[in-house]
Design a protein around this ligand. Structure first.
Ligand code: GLU
Length: 374
């Protein structure tokens, strides 16, 4: 069981080899079939984010660069010219299903610098709420060699973390991980399920399977991606993409390797809030609010006595009780000056004072209670 049929959010990584034909043009038949497959999941209420390669491959043809090795500026130029062709191909594929696509180009910084991460997350979140299919790629045109992801396996794992996906599907040309290279070793055994990425498993991917998979990433980068996704609470499924309805095929039990996550998306998100952020300020709350927060409820402005320090909307803040003890950390929805103006007020009064309201000061989803986080 891959969990694919039940997942609320799924990220699917589609490699260049799947959607760019031998002639260097988009493989429209494959794309149309894949879009129908994804639309089937959307009709069940699932949200699908696509991480698509193919910009450089399509750009080569457009710019008449043939198959020769490209310099870095040529590759970046090809990506720029190919990315619009790539999006056109995706738009056309989803059009019959009435699903608009949206281009999201990310760099590694966008997923590692917190403010940009929050921004990217908010945008993709909004696209999903609006029923759009986000099509993500690396912003190859502007990234330099040192700061590239370089392969869309790892990018897709970051995207899975960004959206809190339950399943990441890596569509490639191999049906998963084997104990040895199945092309040369008849005793090689397929591994349908990996509960933990042990050094032994990693060694399998680093050895005989290393070159498995065309495109930039081999099996080793797929396992790096699976580890990243797993730390975000997301399972990874590795299987062959070049077949009709590859997502339905996974649900129907096609040969695949499922790598189980080491946590859940919600727990991973709360651990990230609790641990990896330098808090910008503090909110001191009354006893009623402290009790509510300890029970995992949102922090309302009414229960806040004092706002300490300076912070922006989206920053991490410490929540303290009247004795000064830390009871939680959370991402605050208002900047410090506005928070100070509304502290102690009932929720209905916020709009009258600020001219806008974003609800509670810290929403329950963005709150990591101290004891639970420890
Ligand atoms: N971002 C690159 C492209 O669109 C591909 C990277 C990869 O295939 O992993 O051409």
């Amino acid at each position: 069981m891959s969990g694919l049929a039940k997942a609320r959010r799924v990220v699917v990584k589609v490699g260049s080899a799947l959607l760019v034909g031998e002639d260097g043009a988009p493989d429209r038949a494959w794309l149309a079939d894949f879009a129908a497959d994804a639309a089937r999941m959307r009709a069940r209420g699932q949200q699908v984010v696509i991480v698509s390669s193919g910009a450089v491959a399509l750009g080569r043809k457009r710019l008449g660069l043939g198959r020769r090795a490209l310099t870095v500026p040529e590759k970046q130029a090809a990506a720029a010219a190919g990315q619009s062709a790539l999006m056109r191909a995706w738009e056309e594929a989803f059009e019959p299903h009435g699903a608009p696509c949206a281009q999201v180009l990310l760099t590694r910084d966008d997923t590692e610098v917190r403010r940009r991460w929050l921004n990217a997350r908010a945008t993709v979140e909004t696209l999903l709420e609006l029923g759009v299919v986000p099509v993500v790629n690396e912003n190859d045109t502007v990234v330099t060699e040192e700061i590239r992801f370089g392969d869309n396996d790892r990018l897709s794992a970051r995207v899975a973390q960004l959206v809190g996906a339950e399943v990441l599907v890596l569509l490639s040309d191999v049906d998963g991980l084997y104990t040895a290279d199945p092309r040369s070793n008849p005793d090689a055994k397929h591994l349908p399920r990996i509960a933990a990425l042990t050094p032994e498993i990693e060694a399998m991917a680093g050895g005989a399977n290393a070159a498995g998979g065309v495109g930039v990433g081999g099996m080793a980068t797929k396992l790096v991606a699976a580890r990243m996704a797993g730390a975000g609470g997301c399972a990874t499924v590795i299987t062959i993409g070049a077949r009709p309805r590859p997502l339905a095929a996974i649900e129907d039990g096609a040969l695949a390797t499922v790598i189980e996550p080491s946590t859940t998306p919600a727990a991973a998100y709360k651990a990230w809030i609790a641990g990896s952020l330098a808090p910008g300020g503090a909110l001191v709350v009354d006893d009623g609010a402290a009790a509510a927060v300890r029970r995992g409820k949102s922090l309302l402005a009414a229960g806040v006595r004092q706002v300490q320090g300076r912070f922006d909307k989206g920053d991490a803040v410490v929540i303290r009780d009247l004795s000064g003890a830390e009871i939680a950390r959370g991402l605050v929805r208002y900047e410090s000056a506005d928070a100070a103006r509304i502290c102690g007020l009932k929720s209905e009064a916020i709009e009258g004072v600020l001219g806008y309201s974003l609800g509670p000061l810290v929403h329950a989803d963005d709150l990591a209670v101290a004891s639970a986080a420890a």
